[in-house]
Design a protein around this ligand. Structure first.
Ligand code: UDX
Length: 438
């Protein structure tokens, strides 16, 4: 074993590309692999195929340094690496709650015949408990001298570089002292920051990730449930949330009420977690996550109802401007985006919907070709009867309500993210309504 192991990253999507670039930035020699030639060519040419602040600069810097390269060849990856990070996706199965493991299975199976003796395969993908143990026994048949470890990833889109270079914690699911030592060597600069390391078994390592996401989703749905109660009592959920946040035991993060969570992780991870609990015979332990999911989806329905109320009971013949398409700001990701979901629902019910997002236009167009798109807030809002603020980009928070008011047909705004200043908008002659507020 070298002091600085050589690293490979299998799967260069969101997680893998970020991981490969950041590990090179930390000084490791890294070879990234993807089966998608277009992705590999783009990355090798210095282009990040998705929106992530700070990543393009680091990609180019580390390509130039020669520490980072990309390939489509498993043979090259096997020959190159001491530690192989598996970063492929685990999407939700079509029509089911469970996770689709075909990409993880394929990655490990393709890697196995090329591994050098002593190589460590490290799963980073979010998987159902029990997957690592199964993969380890499969690996032991084709590559008996290689070993498996599980090392879940907690990065957030929009903060992916920061989260990878300076994570809150590292979790190592290992079965040997050697595997732990190799992982420690692969993360040495991060561990030296210092960063806490939790060393554990496979099942716990797999569970840490889904438990963290289940907790975060629960926190968001908790405050959104309080928003539902505020709506019938005349309370203000933003004040409620602020008051709760001063209790250190509760804390204010992920306690922001609004249109709820979306994206490529939280929704599918809580569903896969429930599905796995069902298979293991402990579905009762997680039935509360069904409620968490339901509360979350009810916020989208409530937004549509509010919009209908504002338009006097019908969407027909009305123009609606939707600000935001990404599932959250600082991302171009539209997977399970609450904003796009609401926009599509309004369109289905007869509204003419025009969407603008600072970064997610291409993905939104692909996912929802039936909607109209504009290249700026002002263009989207021209002659609108109603403006919906659904993803809280800084650019929308800073909008001048007077300027926007000069292009719309009616000054009506619904704030799906509780991120605009109600007084400012009302002073400029707007009807301002939001989720969970009077
Ligand atoms: C999440 C986890 O945070 C991360 O640790 C994990 O690795 C992947 O899943 P991400 O999907 O990038 O990361 O998004 P995150 O920042 O967690 O936001 C998730 C969703 O919750 C967004 O739609 C966001 O708008 C929403 N949200 C977040 C709220 O509605 N209220 C909040 O208070 C916080």
């Amino acid at each position: 074993m070298t002091a600085r192991p050589r690293l490979t990253v299998v799967g260069t999507g969101y997680l893998g590309a970020t991981h490969a670039v950041c590990m090179a930035e930390l000084g490791y020699d890294v070879l990234g692999l993807d089966v998608d030639t277009a992705k590999v060519e783009a990355l090798a040419a210095g282009t990040v195929p998705f929106f992530e602040p700070g990543l393009p600069e680091l990609l180019r810097k580390n390509l130039d340094s020669g520490r980072l390269r990309f390939t489509t060849s498993y043979e090259q990856v096997g020959a190159f690496g001491d530690v192989h990070f598996v970063c492929v996706g685990t999407p939700q199965k079509k029509g089911e709650n469970a996770a689709d493991l075909r990409y993880v299975d394929a990655a490990v199976a393709s890697l196995a015949p090329h591994l050098r003796p002593g190589a460590l395969v490290v799963g980073k993908s979010t998987v159902p408990a029990g997957t690592a143990a199964r993969l380890a026994s499969e690996l032991s048949l084709t590559a008996p001298e290689a070993e498996l470890a599980w090392n879940p990833e907690f990065l957030r889109e929009g903060f992916a570089v920061e989260d990878t270079l300076r994570p809150d914690r590292l979790v190592f699911g290992v079965r040997s002292v050697r595997a732990e030592a190799l992982l420690r060597a692969a993360y040495e600069p991060v561990i030296d920051l210092p960063t806490p390391v939790v060393v554990t078994d496979f099942a716990t390592a797999e569970l840490v990730k889904v438990a963290a996401n289940a907790f975060l989703a629960t926190k968001i749905s908790f405050i959104n449930a309080m928003a539902e109660v505020c709506e019938v009592t005349g309370g203000d959920v933003t004040k409620l949330s602020e008051a709760l946040s001063y209790d250190d035991r509760i804390g204010g993060r992920f306690l922001h009420a609004g249109l709820g969570f979306g994206g490529g992780c939280l929704p599918k991870d809580i569903r896969a977690f429930m599905a796995r609990a069902g298979e293991l015979g402990v579905d009762q332990a997680l039935t509360f996550l069904r409620e968490v999911d339901a509360i979350n989806l009810r916020r989208r329905a409530r937004m549509v109802d509010l919009a209908r109320e504002e338009l006097n009971g019908s969407f027909h013949g009305s123009r609606v401007a939707v600000l935001g398409a990404a599932f959250k700001p600082n991302s171009d990701d539209t997977r399970d985006s609450p904003a796009l979901d609401v926009a599509a629902a309004l369109h289905r019910q007869g509204a003419t919907v025009t969407v603008y997002d600072p970064a997610a236009m291409a993905n939104a167009r692909r996912l929802r070709p039936e909607l109209a798109y504009a290249d700026s807030t002002l263009h989207a809002a021209r002659d609108a009867d109603l403006v919906l603020h659904l993803t809280e980009w800084q650019e929308f928070r800073q909008l001048d309500p007077a300027v926007l008011g000069s292009v719309v047909a009616h000054r009506r705004v619904l704030d799906g993210r509780n991120a605009l200043d109600p007084q400012r908008w009302r002073d400029a002659g707007w009807t301002y309504r939001a989720l969970g507020r009077p």
